[in-house]
Design a protein around this ligand. Structure first.
Ligand SMILES: [Zn+2]
Length: 253
């Protein structure tokens, strides 16, 4: 069997058969790959601890008939704190779910890999929720659907202040084009400005954006609806995050 090397991050894993694991990897130079790790669930497996969710690995894979087979793994960054803290786990799972939904198999996109790694690093070290918002905006931009803010999505005329936002047309609308989407929803000027900042910024300057709870909710709503509209799917992880938030509120009250 021909083999190839891949630097990748584990974005999904499920049990397969008696002792195997099916992993979805996002590889820098190969895009999304589904591969089997044979015997990975046996106690003495050589993969033990190396194929945990979010682990950044260097792998040797063998080309299989239907699925590739993981042959060797070296851990580059375990990202362990993402699995030990429930809040960080929630946002890292959100990032992994978006990766799985928004990317196609075997379509190399090194910039998406870099954004994934940057988001996981930020969620591990910084404000996990902001890391999640940053990645939501980033992945929309990387798949060609960056929300249009500051100008009209139809005619390009500048749009400032509180405005209506169309999920179908992908951005804010000017007064003239407003009737084009009866479902367009009003979004505050501050939320639109924050989305604009998230689209421009890199994780190292993300801390400059300070959003209160109300604004976070508004920005999150806009990004999630945009993603669900574009990906034609209902995302699962935001519901888990919402439950965690309710639990946190209950314990701090
Ligand atoms: Zn317009």
């Amino acid at each position: 069997m021909p083999v190839y090397k891949a630097e990748a991050i584990v974005i999904r894993r499920v049990n397969l058969g008696e002792a195997d694991r099916l992993v979805t990897l996002y590889a820098r130079d190969h895009g999304k790959i589904a591969a089997v790790a044979k015997g990975a669930r046996k106690p003495k497996s050589r993969f033990a601890g190396r194929l945990e969710l979010f682990t950044h690995i260097r792998a040797l894979l063998a080309v299989g008939k239907s699925l590739d087979v993981v042959s060797q793994i070296e851990v580059i960054e375990p990202f362990a704190p993402l699995r030990s803290d429930l809040t960080r786990l929630g946002y890292a799972s959100f990032v992994a779910e978006l990766m799985d939904r928004a990317t196609a198999d075997r379509e190399p996109a090194p910039e998406i890999f870099r954004a994934l790694r940057a988001a996981l690093t930020f969620i591990m070290e910084g404000d996990a929720e902001m890391g999640g918002l940053w990645f939501a905006a980033r992945i929309l931009a990387l798949i060609g659907y960056a929300p249009v803010v500051g100008r009209c999505a139809v005619c390009g005329r500048p749009v400032s202040g509180t405005a209506v936002y169309s999920y179908a047309l992908g951005g804010t609308l000017c007064e003239t084009d407003r009737p084009r989407d009866p479902l367009a929803a009003t979004v505050s000027a501050a939320a639109l400005k924050s989305v604009g900042f998230l689209l421009e910024t890199r994780p190292d300057t993300l801390a400059r954006l300070s959003l209160d709870r109300r604004l976070r909710t508004e920005v999150e709503g806009l990004l999630l609806r945009s993603l669900e509209y574009r990906l034609e799917t209902k995302l699962k992880s935001p519901l888990v995050i919402q439950k965690l938030r309710q639990r946190d509120n209950a314990t701090t009250r």
